[in-house]
Write a protein that binds this ligand. Sequence first.
Ligand code: 4NP
Length: 152
Amino acid sequence: MVCLGNICRSPLAEGIMQHKIDQAGLDWQVDSAGTAGYHVGEAPHKLSQKVSKQNGIDISQQCCRQFVKEDMLHFDLIYVMDSSNYNDVRRISADLWDENKVDLLLNKLYPNKNRSVPDPWYGEEDGYHKVFEMIDKACDAILEKYSILNIQ
Ligand code: 4NP
């Protein structure tokens, strides 16, 4: 799960996906990263922590890191929050770029529409609630699609 800062959106996406993986008893690995390094080493944004906690998910132990090109090798699927993240992941991955692994997260809900998970960084708490709901639904779609494949 990748966004710009790895402080607002992608920590929520990691926490939500991990929660669903745990509930489903799957052995998937999930992680998150930012394309920029502004907040490396920090915990998620207070409002991301607050909103996820209200939904029964503790993301306080996450630690911000920057996306590295080797992530393209280590992960099977890379979900980005917006088109700018997509372009940054392509740039950072350079010769390791694999188009088949990368997609916008909301394409799981709205195929081929290339919609963004809006950046709540500059806004108020309600933006974090909206982002939580969007990511939650998209993660349900991922789980539905790939947990079936896992069993077969
Ligand atoms: P995120 O939001 O990409 O959802 O983590 C942002 C966090 C920090 C900044 C921008 C976006 N920033 O400019 O520091």
